[in-house]
Design a protein around this ligand. Structure first.
Ligand SMILES: Nc1nc2c(ncn2[C@@H]2O[C@H](COP(=O)(O)OP(=O)(O)OP(=O)(O)O)[C@@H](O)[C@H]2O)c(=O)[nH]1
Ligand SMILES: [Mg+2]
Length: 442
């Protein structure tokens, strides 16, 4: 799983791709069409350093339990793979361990499903310690049910050797046990690394600014927007999953307010559930954000479906109710139609929409205005009493909130200010709050 394919530019493997058409969209609508899904698989393959040498289509009405695709298609695939000298077959679906094994045996080259390909790209792209540990965990979780006698590669799992084999245990049982132990160790390490991040998060919780997270489908332009709005210098690439690790920067709004902007991993159709599980701590940045900026690639024919998929993942990670501004991106390439179609903007938590080009800067000023308007709407009116000697606290309130009234009497300052709910909470902890409206001011 880890060997072989790497994101190294020059393709090092040749693969036959198999597109699957199960007939129409899925019931929940959060799925992209077979054609676009296959185009995506091609891009995933290239990102992983695999050259697609042929593409087969399979319409499936009835899934074949043993091989997923039909018998005739398996034969066709075997011939094509052989004739083209392909060393792999990529199936645009998630296969069961049994199906994957049977297909590999019958076709005679390795058969990868969509999850495995995505896991491989994540493995090649992980940079931070936490990212690497998370990907490794996801890979082991993926591998565990696939461990059979023929598939075991003990050397990869590290350690082992003399004395590790218990009496009466088969080699396979030993391997499985070892993988499980490794999973436990990895989870423990991730938890340790996570503690440091939790500290940073606590520090940030003390900062009086709201957190805004960039979310969206992979390649939508999140990092480009991050760089345009702050000077973050995040890697931007026309490849899938360019970003894995979260980056956080201060965002200065034109009206003087400040926020923290987070750029993080993008989502994709059929994101392997092992990855969502393993990336919980990274995705925590999204879950805790006060506002989401959902970046959409307006040039993609399946933009509406991509939005639905992102919405689904957001719900899955517990960010289903966070208010969202939809950033309809890449309008420099959409020709005349710059506004998003109405049906993509009707989700109940979309509070506003902005048409932008992160690349040319068009619409960015309006986007910042949109964010500011949201901040203003969210503000609550709060009245605090501060000892006049505490100039530092007064300055802090002035910096973080919009002060509308300030009176001095008996050595104290009575300040009335409009503040974000987050700041109001912090003020409550630090100062004597004499009055606070529980609802936003508008
Ligand atoms: N034409 C055009 N291209 C854009 C725009 N914004 C981003 N791109 C391009 O889209 C590609 C992906 O951009 P990224 O910013 O890396 O996208 P991302 O959402 O961070 O992607 P991941 O990190 O992979 O999830 C790059 O080739 C960008 O140059 C835009 O406004 N217009
Ligand atoms: Mg990115």
């Amino acid at each position: 799983m880890k060997g072989g394919m790497r994101d190294v530019g020059q393709p090092i493997e040749r693969a036959v791709l198999v597109g699957i058409d199960t007939g129409g969209p899925r019931q929940d609508g959060a799925s992209i069409g077979a054609e676009e899904s296959l185009r995506e698989l091609e891009r995933l393959a290239r990102t992983a350093g695999v050259e697609p040498v042929a593409t087969l289509h399979q319409s499936i009405r009835q899934i074949s339990p043993a091989t997923y695709i039909g018998k005739g298609k398996v034969e066709e695939l075997t011939e094509r793979a052989k004739a083209l000298g392909a060393s792999a077959v990529l199936i645009d679906e998630n296969l069961s361990p049994g199906q994957q094994r049977t297909l590999t045996e019958r076709i005679g080259v390795k058969v990868l499903d969509r999850s495995q390909l995505i896991l491989d790209i994540f493995a090649a792209r992980a940079r931070s310690l936490e990212g690497k540990l998370q990907v490794e965990l996801a890979q082991l979780e993926y591998m565990l049910p696939r461990l059979t006698r023929a598939w075991t590669h003990l050397s990869r799992l590290g350690g082992g050797g003399v004395g590790t084999r218990g009496p009466g245990e088969t080699q396979l049982e030993v391997d499985r046990r070892r993988v499980r132990e490794k999973i436990v160790r990895l989870k423990r390490r991730i938890a340790e690394v996570e503690r440091t991040r939790e500290l940073h998060r606590k520090e940030r919780a003390d900062v009086p600014y709201v957190t805004i997270a960039l979310v969206g489908y992979t390649n939508a332009g999140k990092s480009t927007l991050m760089n345009a709005l702050t000077d973050a210098g995040v890697l931007v690439e026309d490849k899938l999953f360019a970003t894995l690790d979260p980056t956080i920067r201060r965002l200065d709004l034109p009206g003087g307010a400040r926020a923290l902007l987070v750029d993080t991993v993008g989502f994709i159709h059929r994101l392997p559930h092992q990855l969502i599980e393993a990336f919980k701590s990274t995705l925590e940045e999204v879950r805790r954000a006060d506002l989401l900026l959902h970046v959409v690639d307006a040039t993609n024919p399946e933009a509406a479906q991509q939005i639905a998929i992102v919405e689904r993942v957001l719900e899955e990670i517990g960010a289903g109710a966070t208010p969202t501004i939809l950033a309809w991106n890449k309008i420099d390439r959409t020709g005349e139609s710059e506004a998003p179609p109405r049906d993509v903007t009707t989700h109940p938590r979309i509070v506003d929409v902005a048409a932008i080009s992160a690349a040319t800067g068009r619409g960015l000023h309006e986007l910042l205005g949109t964010i500011e308007r949201w901040l203003d709407r969210e503000r609550v009116r709060i009245e605090v009493t501060i000892p006049a000697s505490r100039g530092d606290l007064l300055a802090w309130v002035h910096r973080a909130a919009k002060v509308v009234d300030e009176r001095y009497e008996d050595g104290v300052a009575r300040v009335t200010a409009l503040a974000s709910p987050k700041l109001a909470g912090q003020l409550r902890k630090r100062l004597e709050v004499t009055a606070c409206s529980t609802f936003p001011t508008s």
